[in-house]
Structures are given as structure tokens and as C-alpha cells.
Design a protein around this ligand. Structure first.
Ligand SMILES: [Zn+2]
Ligand SMILES: [Zn+2]
Length: 118
């Protein structure tokens, strides 16, 4: 991995936040001021393609990047857009998907996060 790609990868691995490319760019530039925006976007694409991170497509909002690569459900705040992992009991979907040859899923539940509720 190049130094730039390692830095971007480390930023994503360091926290459970599901950050946008712009947020990752800001954090990366704090460490490597010469880093170009295009380099960040290109390296995020390579990391997703190599399955080191996961890209979460969002409706009407920039995509977010996830360090957890296994499929898992997300909680999305309708107001501020914050994305959190939703812990779901193992096997919960099995009765629904048993005969469907499911290869993966993308499940989002929308709510108001604790900050926005207050
Ligand atoms: Zn919120
Ligand atoms: Zn996640």
C-alpha cells in the first residue's frame, strides 16, 4: 500500500464512524497536508474494490465508508445523516431468507439520533 492509501485506510479502521469521503479527506489532510482530494477519492475506490472497506450508498446524500465488511444493518438519522451500526441478533433474517439464495443485504432503518431527539 502507498503511504496515502495506508493513511486513508487507518483513518477508517480507527473509528466506528461511517464517514463521508469529504470527512475522510479533512482528517487525512490534517496528517498529510499535501494530499489532494482526488487522491483520497481514488484510494477509497481502490480500498472498496479490494474489499478492505465497505461503501454505503445513501439516498440523497454522499456515500459513507465502513470498516466492517460483513453485511450488517444500519441506523440512519433522518435529520443529521449520522450512520450507526445496528446490532441484530444472529440468524434473525433466516426465516425470511431461507429459500431465497440471498448473497448479501443492505438494510437501513431511519430514526432520529440521540443528538437530534434532544
Ligand atoms: Zn441526528
Ligand atoms: Zn456499519
Amino acid at each position: 500500500m502507498t503511504r496515502q492509501r495506508q493513511l486513508i485506510y487507518n483513518i477508517i479502521q480507527a473509528a466506528p464512524e461511517h464517514r463521508t469521503a469529504e470527512e475522510i479527506y479533512d482528517l487525512a489532510r490534517a496528517e498529510m497536508p499535501s494530499l489532494a482530494r482526488g487522491t483520497v477519492y481514488r484510494n477509497l475506490g481502490v480500498l472498496v474494490r479490494d474489499r478492505r472497506i465497505r461503501k454505503l450508498e445513501m439516498a440523497d446524500a454522499p456515500a459513507r465508508y465502513d470498516r466492517e465488511r460483513r453485511p450488517h444493518p444500519h441506523l440512519v438519522c433522518e435529520r443529521c445523516g449520522k450512520v450507526e451500526d445496528l446490532v441484530m441478533p444472529e440468524g434473525l433474517l433466516d426465516p425470511l431468507t431461507a429459500d431465497l439464495s440471498v448473497t448479501g443485504y443492505d438494510l437501513k432503518l431511519y430514526h432520529l439520533c440521540s443528538d437530534c431527539r434532544g
